[in-house]
Design a protein around this ligand. Sequence first.
Ligand code: SF4
Length: 466
Amino acid sequence: MAGSFFIATLGCPKNEVDSEKLGGLLRSAGYLETSEPGHADLLVVNTCAFIEPAREESIDVILELGALRREGSRLAVTGCLAERSGRELAEALPEVDVVAGFGVDFLGEVAATPRAGGSSSQLGVPSSPVRLLGRGEVPSFDLLELPRPAASAPWAYVKVAEGCDRRCGFCAIPSFRGRQRSRTMASILSEVESLNVSEVILVAQDLASFGRDRSGDRPRPDAADRRDGPSAVGGISSLVKAVSERAERVRLLYLYPSSLTDDLIETIAGTGVPYFDLSLQHVSGRLLRKMRRWGSGGRFLERIEHIRSVAPGAALRSSFILGYPGETEEDQDALLDFLSEAQLDWVGFFTFSREAGTYAASLDCQVEPELALERLRECSELQEQITARRRRQLVGTSVSVLVDRTGVGRSFREAPEIDGIVRVPTQLEPGTFAKVLVTGAAGPDLVARPVSLTPADLNDVGAGAS
Ligand code: SF4
């Protein structure tokens, strides 16, 4: 047996998929997974480099595991931070054995690195641990195409593409993840079939542009995409239809608004999971142009209205950045007005992070961080009320939930890990679907009981319901 491994994953669902694939590879190499980092022979930190707090958290975890690791174990760092700042990391953190950017077979590197046998700080860093991919180069160690281990929940993320062809002003991702590289439909469907889960959540940096790199129709950064007719064969709509034939639910995360064509809206609504996660970022047209993005509050409202005309009960999620350079009080007022009018179900707010090498980092009129935070609080307070109200409106309705684990279910309205949940009786079997009656709401969460059961049958739900 090769030993035991422990993986710490930071960041987004796309990283979680990479970690699962790494875990599968390690298992097939004879490693056993342990939940105790102090017992592991190999510790892997799959880092995030999206914004400064994510980088800090990644480094904290590396240091934490460096302190916890047992003598003779090996510590590898991979993921976005390794790709973006690999050389600096390798120099600054001598306790790390291997810093591996994308496409580096770091397992081979780790295996080839002799253990120093002394304290962790004596372990050596390989002489050239970081290899950056050239433009358009496909990694030899391609996580995207690695087989996936069995899912541990009734749902799973499936990453359908890597990289991004857009150039949003605030985002450094294209600079280190490269241009979009879509997987083939066959490879994705084979992964979906092998996962054998009830809910598949498709993820990519720019999900709605899936397949466009293969067809040569790459999106223009801040322009409206073509809206005439159904998406090409092999595009996102075809993928959604094909996945929906293999799993009860298919959910899409992160849709660039101009790529949300009428055809895609109808396709999503037709799967029975009318959940629309629109990456809007702001509503001020002037600010969006500074972000090098498409749209305006008015256009977004039109799209939302269209979604609701096709799927009246649709759930809508979005995210917004507060404090982008040049943001004014008028922009903030416009965003608050938009939130009131759009009545979105779920919203994430983030303050602008000045990322080295991005277009936005060089812009004048940077907004004071305190002001950005104040604007974020203002938006969050408003949205919390909207979300709570929308959740209360569901009381008395019946919904179909997928039971994720004992006592926790989700209807189509809740994506795992980011939205609220539906609290269900513990009698409901994880992995099954159940029709439940919503009996209460508590902030973002709902409380429900099976339609066939009476309240007297239950003794384990209802706490916290209002
Ligand atoms: S769409 Fe924009 S924000 Fe999203 S990954 Fe691409 S460049 Fe970054």
